[in-house]
Design a protein around this ligand. Structure first.
Ligand code: FES
Length: 100
């Protein structure tokens, strides 16, 4: 589970996700940037937005809405202790978070 104000990349059933914690809320979005495939989960949160580490596209961690009319798919999450449960369209999967 990421610390407050940070993101983490999690691969869950072959799906790469960007899990963020901002203002105490844990969220999960598609972790592949729609620009050129950058790893959003290796990015940062700046000014309340998830920022892609490759070219700086920004996405709202709650809605997934990004620059240039882009929108990341959001996934339902449930956080308990050090675990984040992500509900994917075809399955419910669990990934134990890692710390940096
Ligand atoms: S790949 Fe994400 S901004 Fe370019």
């Amino acid at each position: 589970m990421p610390p407050e104000g940070e993101v983490r990349e999690i691969v869950c059933e072959a799906k790469t996700l960007c899990v963020s914690r901002f203002h105490g809320e844990i969220r999960a979005m598609d972790g592949v940037c729609p620009h050129r495939g950058g790893p959003l989960g290796l990015g940062t949160i700046e000014h309340g937005k998830v920022v892609c580490p490759w070219h700086g596209w920004e996405f709202d961690p709650v809605t997934g809405i990004g620059v240039h009319n882009s929108r990341q798919t959001m996934f339902a999450v449930k956080a308990e202790a050090a675990e984040v449960w992500v509900e994917l369209p075809d399955a419910v999967a669990n990934e134990v978070s890692t710390t940096k």
